[in-house]
Each structure stands twice: as structure tokens, then as C-alpha cells.
Design a protein around this ligand. Structure first.
Ligand code: AHG
Ligand code: MN
Ligand code: MN
Length: 337
């Protein structure tokens, strides 16, 4: 092992030294990293701690909560309030915004998170992750309400995820590219292992839950059919398909070797607006993908430009290599004409 590895702290302090990062944000990112290390420990020891399986409660989305959904949520709640600038926390697992300040001021932080993503994978020992992002308040707040956190994705100053796979990764962007870290077991440290992650423009790998094909709209059906048609079809190349049922794992694969991920609005989920949540799933991942030279769209619009209407809002998600996302956007435009 080389001794010159860059720790997360060294990486963050270098950004701070260059005036690219506030000290308070450095503290908050370190708290988020601590949360991820604790969650990783719990997940990897889940069967011994008797914390696999479901609770008897449902979250606000009407989904059964896994014990680890609740534990991961508690870990974020208790570790991300140390830095004096956090005004509020917004979680997939909590109905309302949690206010930490009575009089939030301009420049205070809103922290959004999906404490455990892909939690249906827990009981079968497959990859899960956490997703998080931070937005700065643009004005002093007089009335504390859920509406205050409805800010679009372009306002994010930090977004990231942790993937609890064979190793635990921490990948994030502060708006200057994307960097990936790995937790070295036994050291308590994240080390920079994947500097400046970039997506290629093109890909021959797609990820979609194909069991939903009867529900798809014509643009999605056309795209997937053309991929499946391979060399004989209009794309004139063979495509590969993956589906891990964890957006974090999909995005990590795409950042590592390219690809495209789709969870579109379809006939079954249309009334809810889609499956994935805008503020704590789609926005953070779109920020990262764009920062890595990729593209993220609803099919009609850049995800980061969508003005949120409610804090648990769902949205259509198509993200990954730019040329592929643009191709699907062009299919939607053709449909409109
Ligand atoms: P969560 O576990 O936070 O509810 O999110 C799961 C999401 C996402 O990560 C994944 O891509 C998708 O749901 C899986 O959906 P399917 O059940 O359709 O495979
Ligand atoms: Mn999720
Ligand atoms: Mn979740």
C-alpha cells in the first residue's frame, strides 16, 4: 500500500484552501461520510445484528419500511446536524421537513437524502446505497414550511452517493467534476480511488426494468427495441442490459464504464408522476451525471431545471451518456410533432 494516498479530509481541505469550498460544507461532507461509514457497518453486519427484514410501518410513500431504512434515516438525522449551518433535513422516510433552526438565514444549508436506496436488495445481499445533496438558502426564512425546500436542482452545491457493495464507495461533486473514494476497512478512512470520473459520450449498455415493457410509452419502447435489435437494427451494434434495482448501483456502473439508466413515467406509475423522487434521488444523481459529462432528462426537459411542486414529488428519469439521452429526447420530440 502506498502511503501517499489522498484521504477525504486532505481532498476537502485542499478545495477549502483554494476557496472552492466553505469550511461549514467541509464539516457537513465529513458528517455525511461518517453517516455512510456507520450505515455500511450496519449493512455488512446486518444478519448478526438482526436488522434485516421489514418493520411494521410504512413511509409517507406508502412503501413498507425495512428496518435498515429506519436505522439509516436515524443515522443521517443524528450525524448531519453538527455543522451550525444546517437549517433543515429532507428525507424519503419522513413525511415533513425536519427544521433544525427556528430562523433560517440566507446561506444556511438544506440537506436532502434517500438514506437507503434499493432497500429491496437488502435481504438478498445485493448492493444498496445512500443518496444526498445540499442546497444553500437564497434568503432568510420567516415561516417554516415544507414549501421552503422546493428549490430546483441547479441550486445544489453538493451532491453524492455512497454505494454499499463489495466495497463501500463515496462519490460526490461540489460542482467541479466528480471524484470517487473507497472506504478502507479497518482504517476508518475514505481514500481517493477514482479521481475525475467521466462518462464517455456513447455506450452500448442500457438499464431499465424490462418487466414493465407493456406500460412504456412509444419513445421508450422504440429506444429499447432498437437496442435489442442489435447489429441488424438501426443502431447497427449489439447492446448489453443490466438491472440491479438500486439506482445508486446503476449510476456507479455508468460512471465507471458508461451506459444509460431509465426509470420513465409509464402507464402504471403515471398518476404518481413516476417512481423516483425528484429532490433526493433524481436531482443529486442528475447533478453528478452532468458533472461527469453526461446528461439527465425527463425525456422532455433537463431534470435539474424542473421546478419542484412538492417535496416527495416523483419524476421520470433518463440519465447517462449524453448521445443516448439526447437520442431519447429526440424520439419524444418526434412524438410531439
Ligand atoms: P428505494 O429503495 O429508495 O425506495 O428506491 C428504489 C428505487 C431505485 O433505486 C431503483 O432503481 C428502483 O426503485 C427499483 O425499482 P423496481 O422495483 O422497479 O426494480
Ligand atoms: Mn431510492
Ligand atoms: Mn430509500
Amino acid at each position: 500500500m502506498t502511503l501517499e494516498r489522498t484521504t477525504l479530509r486532505k481532498f476537502l481541505l485542499n478545495l477549502q484552501k483554494d476557496d472552492a469550498l466553505d469550511q461549514d460544507l467541509v464539516l457537513l461532507i465529513e458528517d455525511i461520510a461518517t453517516s455512510c461509514r456507520i450505515i455500511s457497518h450496519q449493512i455488512h453486519n446486518g444478519p448478526f445484528l438482526n436488522i434485516l427484514g421489514a418493520t411494521e410501518t410504512s413511509n409517507i410513500q406508502g412503501e413498507t419500511q425495512k428496518k435498515l431504512d429506519v436505522i439509516a434515516n436515524d443515522v443521517f438525522l443524528s450525524h448531519c446536524s453538527n455543522c451550525g449551518r444546517v437549517a433543515a433535513l429532507v428525507s424519503e422516510e419522513l413525511e415533513d421537513v425536519v427544521w433544525l433552526k427556528e430562523k433560517p438565514e440566507k446561506g444556511d444549508y438544506l440537506v436532502y437524502f434517500d438514506p437507503l436506496d434499493g432497500s429491496s436488495n437488502l435481504n438478498v445481499n445485493l448492493s444498496v446505497g445512500s443518496i444526498f445533496s445540499v442546497v444553500e438558502l437564497e434568503e432568510d426564512i420567516q415561516t417554516l414550511s415544507n414549501e421552503v425546500v422546493l428549490l430546483n436542482g441547479t441550486k445544489q452545491i453538493f451532491a453524492g452517493y455512497s454505494l454499499y457493495g463489495p466495497s463501500t464507495s463515496l462519490v460526490f461533486s461540489t460542482g467541479q467534476g466528480v471524484n470517487g473514494f473507497t472506504h478502507m476497512i479497518g482504517t476508518g478512512e475514505f481514500f481517493l480511488t477514482f479521481p475525475d470520473m467521466q462518462l464517455p459520450d456513447q455506450t452500448d449498455e442500457f438499464a431499465i426494468n424490462a418487466s414493465r415493457w407493456r406500460q412504456w410509452d412509444p419513445a421508450i419502447s422504440r429506444y429499447v427495441q432498437e437496442c435489442i435489435d442489435g447489429e441488424a437494427g438501426p443502431r447497427q451494434k449489439t447492446f448489453n442490459m443490466r438491472w440491479t434495482a438500486s439506482m445508486v448501483a446503476e449510476v456507479h456502473r455508468i460512471l465507471t464504464r458508461g451506459g444509460i439508466f431509465l426509470y420513465p413515467v409509464d402507464k402504471e406509475n403515471e398518476a404518481r408522476g413516476g417512481k423516483l423522487r425528484l429532490l433526493y434521488e433524481a436531482n443529486p444523481m442528475s447533478f453528478i451525471v452532468e458533472q461527469a459529462n453526461g446528461r439527465a432528462s425527463t425525456g422532455y426537459q433537463r431534470i435539474l431545471d424542473v421546478e419542484p411542486q412538492s417535496h416527495h414529488q416523483r419524476i421520470s428519469v433518463i440519465l447517462g451518456c449524453s448521445a443516448e439521452v439526447e437520442r431519447i429526447e429526440s424520439y419524444y420530440r418526434e412524438l410531439e410533432r
